[in-house]
Write a protein that binds this ligand. Structure first.
Ligand SMILES: Nc1nc2c(c(=O)[nH]1)N[C@@H](CN(C=O)c1ccc(C(=O)N[C@@H](CCC(=O)O)C(=O)O)cc1)CN2
Length: 288
């Protein structure tokens, strides 16, 4: 039997419609959620993502300002821009598109963003709060994965989740979020010996490796849920994930496609975080 498709495009559409309704409600109180997106350099994929973020904001009735700079921008200039956005009352979320050019220290930039406007959930304060299960903006891709699992009735409790990848924006946080839902979590990475030994024990497998179609049926346990976070090009230049989607069909129970799986959820969760930041701001104003 073929695995069930986890349709990130459809689920993200539903979430965006819910966000739109809440944005309309907020507008009645005179608040328009505002997202500032900062792009440094000319990376074509990054440019596509930021344009998509802006377009989505606008479609949902939110404000979006794109601040685009050449790749010669200095770290100080970028920090000055972030300072300005931190104190702009019309901006509820600040996002610096990654990766940044090498002359700019990513960590310095992320920590310069006010945690109250950190809609990417990358600030160490957001990460710390997430780790201990306190209120925080959750990083958009891991948050999107958790939403997908919930939407399809996949409860991580008591399951063995294996995460391949240990990046700060996907691998590490998704493991923590699964742990909070009572999964038993194993992290694998580039130095893991005998990877298949671990992946074959996974009830939920998160593939964030960065190698086209690397995970095939030989790596997975029958009935496993496979979440593909990869974004690669195959030998014909076609977009594909870390999982060989066709090959795992008869073995997996659920699988996300690429494109149309985790990717669209990233943008939807960013919209939700920006809206929530604006809602929190309003609640604070009312309390004062
Ligand atoms: N500041 C950030 N930088 C980066 C993030 C992030 O969350 N915050 N994540 C990625 C890039 N990214 C968003 O920024 C992103 C990547 C992919 C998609 C997506 O929808 N992909 C589609 C396919 C798109 C295509 O056809 O090329 C899909 O998978 O269906 C959305 C957002 C790194 N940087």
């Amino acid at each position: 039997m073929a695995a069930k498709l986890i349709d990130g495009k459809a689920v993200s559409q539903k979430i965006k419609m819910q966000v739109k309704t809440r944005v309309e409600k907020l507008a009645q109180q005179g608040i328009v959620p505002g997202l500032a997106v900062v792009l440094v350099g000319e990376d074509s994929a990054s440019l596509t993502y930021v344009k998509n973020k802006k377009k989505t904001c606008e479609a949902l009735g939110m404000r979006s300002d794109l601040h685009q700079f050449p790749d010669t921008l200095t770290e100080q200039e970028l920090l000055a821009k972030i300072d300005e956005l931190n104190s702009d009352p019309g901006i509820h979320g600040i996002l610096v598109q990654l990766p940044l050019p090498q002359q700019i220290d990513e960590f310095k930039v992320i920590t310069a963003i006010s945690p109250e406007k950190d809609v990417d959930g990358f600030h160490p304060i957001s990460v710390g709060n997430m780790m201990i299960g306190k209120d925080a903006f959750l990083p958009c891709t891991p948050h999107g994965i958790m939403e997908l699992l919930a939407h399809y009735g996949i409860d991580p409790a008591g399951k063995h989740a294996v995460v391949i990848g240990r990046s700060n924006i996907v691998g590490k946080p998704i493991g923590q979020l699964l742990l909070q839902k009572d999964a038993t979590v194993t992290y694998c990475h580039s130095k893991t010996k005998d990877l298949a030994n671990f992946t074959a024990q996974a009830d939920i497998l998160i593939a964030a490796i960065g190698r086209a179609k690397f995970i095939d049926r030989t790596f997975i346990k029958p009935g496993a849920v496979i979440i593909d976070v990869g974004m690669n090009r195959d030998e014909n230049g076609k977009l594909c994930g870390d999982v060989d989607f066709e090959d795992v069909q008869e073995t997996a129970s659920f699988v996300t496609p690429v494109p149309g799986g985790v990717g669209p959820m990233t943008i939807a969760m960013l919209m939700e975080n920006t809206l929530e930041s604006a809602e929190k701001g309003l609640a604070k104003t009312k309390q004062a």
